[in-house]
Write a protein that binds this ligand. Structure first.
Ligand SMILES: Nc1ncnc2c1ncn2[C@@H]1O[C@H](COP(=O)(O)OP(=O)(O)OP(=O)(O)O)[C@@H](O)[C@H]1O
Length: 225
């Protein structure tokens, strides 16, 4: 399987006096079809890593390659295009538009993909079906449960068929039973071919996944199945 994500000696420093070293030489790669947990305690650098992997922030040094493309070689505009095409984001807080239906929220995942409006809605319905929410397409987020909102957010992340889905504490706002059903969905989507990197502070949750990259003080301390 091909490598979809590669980090090589990535560092990130914030501020000047004194600088905070949030990442201190992180290297690992993710192959197509993997389901990987990045796990570490508070302050270990997980969010910084997510921002760097997601090309939302540029590293201080080191290389980030998405689908073999060195992100540092791209302009901000090219980087936005790469991000829109290749990376699907799922966040703890869902970030759905409250005034829009589930279908419209999911279709928004294709806004920058050059897909005509009608086709966007058709593909949104397909994605909602994949996450088990076909019957909620016309509901607005306020009429959905937390678990259903996260399913809509996952459908939005998947609708453009990105090379990689980045999920930041996707069960963090959910009770344990609902969280377990979202984890089951994540596994199911991975089994169907999606490459997923999940960030979590929850070691128990990470232990259930096929690969865990453990971070501490801005460094990878273990990477094991
Ligand atoms: N914008 C910033 N400016 C200065 N320091 C920062 C900034 N963002 C993060 N840091 C520092 O970098 C280190 C890593 O932070 P980061 O948020 O990546 O950790 P985390 O593992 O995601 O933590 P949490 O689980 O609590 O969100 C911390 O010491 C943090 O204080």
């Amino acid at each position: 399987m091909s490598t979809v994500l590669e980090l090589d000696g990535v560092t990130k420093r914030y501020g000047e006096q004194p600088p905070v070293a949030a990442l201190r030489g992180v290297s690992f790669s993710v192959r197509q079809g993997e389901l990987v947990a990045i796990v570490g305690p508070s302050g270990s650098g997980k969010s910084t890593l997510l921002h760097v992997i997601g090309t939302l922030e540029r590293p201080t040094s080191g290389v980030v390659r998405i689908g073999g493309v060195d992100a540092a070689q791209l302009s901000d505009r090219e980087l936005s295009r790469l991000r829109a095409r290749e990376i699907g984001f799922v966040f703890q807080q869902f970030f759905l538009a409250e005034h829009a239906t589930a279908r419209e929220n999911v279709a928004d995942g294709l806004l920058y993909a050059g897909v005509p409006a009608e086709e966007r809605l058709r593909r949104a319905d397909e994605a909602l079906e994949r996450v088990g929410l076909a019957d909620r397409a016309t509901f607005k987020p306020t009429k959905l449960s937390g678990g259903e909102r996260q399913r809509v957010a996952i459908a939005r992340a998947l609708v453009g068929k990105p090379a990689i889905v980045l999920a930041d504490e996707p069960t963090g706002n959910l009770d344990s039973a609902t969280g377990a059903s979202i984890m089951a969905l994540i596994r199911e989507l991975n089994a169907a071919g999606a490459t997923i990197v999940m960030i979590t502070h929850d070691a128990e949750l990470a232990d259930g996944l096929p690969r865990q990259v453990r971070v501490r003080d801005g460094q990878v301390v273990s990477d094991c199945p």
